[in-house]
Design a protein around this ligand. Structure first.
Ligand code: FAD
Length: 405
């Protein structure tokens, strides 16, 4: 039997290795268009490769996937981050978990992961070719015909598509009758020009709540650290929001209102009480230098300035109107998103092959027997933190096992 894997990224290699391991008599051929395999692994996680995430409970793990949550639930009971960790460690790669749960090779070098995958592919007898761009796939009488740009045509009994978010392969799939959910970017930062965050680049506000202004019932809301940048806002809360709201943000041309509560344990009433208490307790102190709330001092000063507080103004002089504006800025500040920027450490595409048309026991197409999928080509994407590679490992492993059987 011959299996052709199209795409030499994380999902393609993992699937090819799984297939060749479970079925040594199967000829596994992997075709990669680029001159190098595993290029995204190389640049991933700022060159360190965030392999997976320290979350070993499938029910919790799926919550990190804005798309794919339901379909991955069962898949993760079969291959999940604990299996990923074991897989790499059994092959000599030591991994470490950082405080936020992200797992990296101890070398802090993505080459460690690449070398492991290439060595394992070689050991299992996977034949991989680089510079082998596939131009089309057709199917006739239980055989697949894979046409390369070079003019060569290879036949096989099974084909795995692991081409990531490249557009061309989706055209072949529509010819097979597959539905493709439109592709839009996920995991990005927000462009915001606003005096309240001006000159604060580099400051992180711990555990703020961010919420998109929407008319609909769905509330796009996230809590986490927010990083102020030269061009707007980033950090875990913003990246999560960009992932869960990827489609609505796209549909609005990345122009939407954003509410920020810099103090999520407070609301308008409680924060006003706190400001009033400060006014009563320290009337002679300067407002700018004596904040009663735990946000970075320079942010406090910017918010107070917007509320009309002057540099030398004392707490006793804080007017009712100023107090109201300040309270609102602290817990309900409204900002305007005016575009997006790439988060360089990780980005993915939302959309892809419709999950309804795939058997998640095997990753086989329900429409074309013998056609399999793994990785980002699917309508699955995760938040930042190693979840996107975990999708590649899990779906690649399931597909590889099934193809080899
Ligand atoms: C800068 C960056 C950093 C990232 N960092 C992380 C991280 O640290 N942790 C994490 O979990 N996720 C990270 N991600 C996301 C992660 O890289 C992807 O989710 C993952 O690589 C998807 O794997 P894949 O194998 O499905 O697709 P890809 O890695 O995109 O691989 C697809 C392969 O198919 C090949 N191909 C496409 N079309 C053809 C064709 N016609 N013929 C032959 N070959 C073809 C492509 O050349 C490519 O090599 C990062 C993404 C980026 C862009």
């Amino acid at each position: 039997m011959r299996v052709i894997v199209i795409g030499g990224g994380a999902a393609g290699f993992f699937a090819a290795i799984a297939c060749a391991s479970v079925s040594p008599e199967t000829e596994v051929v992997l075709l990669e268009a680029g001159r190098q395999p595993l290029t995204k692994v190389r640049i991933s996680g700022g060159g360190r490769c965030n392999v997976t995430h320290h979350c070993f409970d499938p029910a919790l793990l799926v919550q990190a996937y804005p798309r794919g949550e339901k379909a991955l639930r069962g898949a993760f009971t079969r291959f999940q981050p604990q299996n990923t960790v074991n897989w790499f460690e059994q092959r000599g790669v030591s991994l470490k978990t950082e405080a936020d749960g992200r797992i990296f090779p101890v070398t802090d070098n993505s080459e460690t992961i690449i070398n492991c995958l290439l060595q394992e592919a070689q050991r299992c007898g996977v034949h991989w070719k680089t510079g082998a761009r596939v131009e089309g796939v057709s199917y006739d009488n239980h055989q697949f015909f894979v046409k390369l740009k070079s003019g060569e045509c290879l036949n096989s009994d099974r084909v795995l598509l692991a081409t990531g978010s490249q557009r061309r392969p989706y055209q072949w799939l529509t010819q097979f009758g597959h539905n493709i959910i439109p592709l839009v970017p996920s995991l990005f930062t927000f462009n915001i020009q606003d005096e309240r965050i001006e000159n604060l680049a580099g400051i992180t506000v711990n555990q703020a709540e961010v919420q998109l202004e929407t008319q609909g019932k769905h509330k796009y809301r996230q809590t986490g650290d927010v990083l102020i940048t030269h061009w707007g806002l980033s950090g875990p809360a913003i990246l999560k929001l960009s992932a869960f709201a990827a489609r609505i943000l796209h549909d609005h041309g990345y122009q939407m209102g954003l509410f920020i509560n810099w103090l999520p344990s407070h609301n308008m009433e409680t924060v006003k009480e706190q400001l009033l208490a400060q006014k009563n307790q320290t009337p002679r102190r300067q407002i700018m230098n004596h904040s009663p709330v735990s946000i970075p001092k320079r942010l406090w000063q910017n918010l107070a300035t917007v509320a009309g507080v002057s540099a030398a103004q004392r707490w006793a002089e804080l007017s009712k109107k100023q107090m109201k504006i300040l309270a609102k800025e602290l817990v309900q500040g409204k900002f305007q998103i005016e575009g997006k920027s790439t988060f360089k450490d990780e980005f993915v595409t939302c959309g892809g092959v419709d999950l309804k048309e795939i058997n998640f026991q095997t990753m086989e197409s329900k429409l074309v027997p013998g056609l399999y999928f793994a990785g980002e080509i699917l309508d699955i994407d995760g938040i930042t933190g190693g979840f996107n590679f975990q999708n590649a490992w899990t779906t690649g492993w399931l597909a590889g096992q099934a193809m080899g059987r």
